[in-house]
Structures are given as structure tokens and as C-alpha cells.
Design a protein. Structure first.
Length: 135
């Protein structure tokens, strides 16, 4: 089956920092892989690999982003970190739900991931742009 873009990168998602924009694109791509695995009724190993990729990549990205915010002295760092802590917990929950079973993921979960990541990028991440870019 052909791949469907469940999430499409939009210019409005850009935070003006290439590393973070590239990481955001990768996260959206992994969510697309999960969506297509679900839609195509892929083997559980394919689904599991995407879940592991999402966990590892999201945790790395959140840490990288926090490091950059700390370095530039972002004023609302603690609130932003709390939002990240929420996503870390949800990511661990997703991983835990499927660990050992590599079971089916739900469209509700995919909708949650899509909504959280796009809204977080557009709303919360855009607040740190001036700190990170000096603009």
C-alpha cells in the first residue's frame, strides 16, 4: 500500500533552529510510520520498531531542546519542561503498553500524538524562538 502522510510538515512549525526543526520533522515522520503500520495492519515487529523509534527519538529531542533553552536562559523554562515531562510520561506509557506484546495501537493514540506534537510545536515551542535565535 502507498504511504499516507498523516502529518505533513508546515512552515508554521519551524522554530528557526535547524537542529530542532529537523528533529520535529523526524518525530512527525515516525508518527506517520505508526499511522501507516496501523492502516496497513503491519506485522507487530514493524509497529514495535516504530514505537521504540518514537520513544528514543522523542526523549533525545526533548533533552536537546531543554539544553538549548537552558543555554539561552529561556524565562519560561520550568513550564516548558513540565509540558515535556507530560510527554515523557505518555511516551513511557505507550512503550509500556506495548512492551512484550508489540500489540496494536489505536487511532485515538495516533490522534493524541498528532495533536500534542503539532500544538506543542506551534504554541509552546514558538515562545522560545526569540531566545534561541536572538530575534
Amino acid at each position: 500500500m502507498s504511504q499516507i502522510q498523516f502529518l505533513i510538515w508546515k512552515d508554521e512549525y519551524s522554530v528557526g533552529v535547524k537542529t530542532l526543526d529537523d528533529q520535529h520533522r523526524t518525530i512527525l515522520g515516525i508518527i506517520n510510520e505508526l499511522y501507516n503500520s496501523k492502516r496497513d495492519k503491519a506485522k507487530s515487529t514493524v509497529v514495535w520498531r516504530s514505537i521504540v523509534d518514537l520513544k528514543n527519538y522523542a526523549l533525545t529531542h526533548l533533552a536537546d531542546e531543554e539544553g538549548m533553552m537552558k543555554k539561552c536562559g529561556y524565562a519560561d523554562f520550568e513550564n516548558h519542561r513540565k509540558a515535556h515531562d507530560y510527554m515523557r510520561a505518555k511516551t513511557e506509557e505507550l512503550f509500556g503498553m506495548h512492551q512484550g506484546t508489540a500489540g496494536d495501537i489505536s487511532y485515538d493514540l495516533l490522534d493524541f500524538l498528532k495533536e500534542w506534537w503539532t500544538q506543542h510545536i506551534v504554541v509552546a515551542d514558538h515562545k522560545y524562538i526569540s531566545c534561541l535565535t536572538g530575534q
